[in-house]
Design a protein around this ligand. Structure first.
Ligand SMILES: [Zn+2]
Length: 86
């Protein structure tokens, strides 16, 4: 959004002047912007949210889940999904 990247951020860290922001945004050509149909402002996540995020599944948990899915495929159709015909 601006040279420092913090324009519009709730932290108020952006100190860029409006003419700097305009000059920065004008670097993107019209034909390039015409190819982008959707522009969404996504606020930055607070550092605390990133640090406190859960670790997610372990590889062992994923392995068990995938093995169970494989077993269900075989029980349902006597072959795995990639061997099914259209
Ligand atoms: Zn800025």
């Amino acid at each position: 959004p601006c040279p420092c990247g913090y324009d519009g951020d709730v932290s108020g860290r952006c100190r860029c002047r409006p003419e700097q922001i305009k000059r920065y945004q004008d670097k993107l050509s019209g034909p390039l912007l015409d190819r982008i149909d959707l522009h969404i402002t996504v606020p930055a996540l607070p550092i605390a949210d990133l640090q406190n995020s859960s670790a997610g599944e372990t590889s062992e948990q994923v392995r068990i889940r995938v093995a169970a899915a494989h077993k269900r495929q075989l029980a349902r159709q006597q072959k795995v999904n990639n061997e099914l015909s259209p």
